[in-house]
Design a protein around this ligand. Structure first.
Ligand code: AP5
Length: 210
């Protein structure tokens, strides 16, 4: 299973990537998580990425391509992987092809902008392990405390309302054209908006024939 998850910020890529990763026993490679960890550890990549990530802009392609090439060369990716959040631009997709990184499918989660704004407005994340919650649809058992590691659950900096609209604008301009890119290669699958995480997983399983 070599899968790309496409979709607007907040479409549920990270949530579904974790579920599919357990189901298919392949790792998830989330460029967002890698960048946030690098920022937390103040590595050179993290320092370079911070101003972009915090303001909802895309990190330059060369940084992302370098991170993903390195990660995909690791042993655990031999039998497949789920790419969450990469590629996000046509040059990133071309760079994957140029170095021979192939995928079975690019699956697009189609969620309307109004729903995205509601989801990201209610999203909470664990500061320590990155587990994702939503104040209405999937709150932690104890408010403010991560079910998984006991860490502090808080609002992601780039989920501020003005940053959400900026991220959506960038998605429509830079990332949505990837649907045509994969469609022309016969690799695009789409799943419409579902009201729950479980229903979305079922729709993906059906679309990919898992
Ligand atoms: P990244 O972390 O990838 O953020 P994103 O794409 O904006 O996606 P999100 O993590 O915000 O949302 P998601 O689709 O994973 O949704 P989630 O599952 O959390 O990237 C962050 C930043 O890093 C970028 O802005 C950029 O600066 C940089 N970056 C990363 N990759 C890059 C690249 N390739 N190139 C350049 N820059 C890059 O779900 C959202 C909420 O909804 C949660 O609360 C969840 O519980 C809830 N939810 C999910 N599904 C459902 C459902 N079906 N029903 C109800 N609630 C649901």
């Amino acid at each position: 299973m070599k899968l790309i998850l496409l979709g607007a910020p907040g479409a549920g890529k990270g949530t579904q990537a974790e579920i599919l990763s357990r189901m298919c026993k392949v790792p998830t490679i989330s460029t967002g998580n890698i960048l946030r960890a690098a920022m937390k550890n103040k590595t050179p990549v993290g320092i370079r990425a911070k101003e972009y990530v915090d303001s909802g802009k895309l990190v330059p392609d060369d940084v992302i391509i370098g991170i993903v090439r390195e990660r995909l060369a690791e042993d655990d990716c031999k039998n497949g992987y789920i790419l969450d959040g990469m590629p996000r631009t046509i040059p990133q997709a071309q760079a994957l092809e140029e170095v021979g990184i192939d995928v079975d499918w690019a699956l697009s989660l189609e969620v309307p902008d109004e729903t995205i704004i509601e989801r990201l407005g209610g999203r909470r994340v664990c500061k320590d392990c990155g587990a994702t919650y939503h104040v209405v649809s999937s709150p932690p058992k104890t408010e403010g405390v991560c079910d998984t590691c006991g860490g502090k659950v808080c609002i992601r900096k780039d989920d501020a309302p003005e940053t959400i609209s900026h991220r959506l604008e960038i998605y429509h301009r830079e990332t949505a054209p990837l649907k045509d890119f994969y469609e022309t290669r016969g690799k695009l699958k789409s799943v419409g908006n579902m009201n729950t995480v479980d229903e979305t997983t079922k729709a993906i399983v059906g679309a990919l024939g898992l």
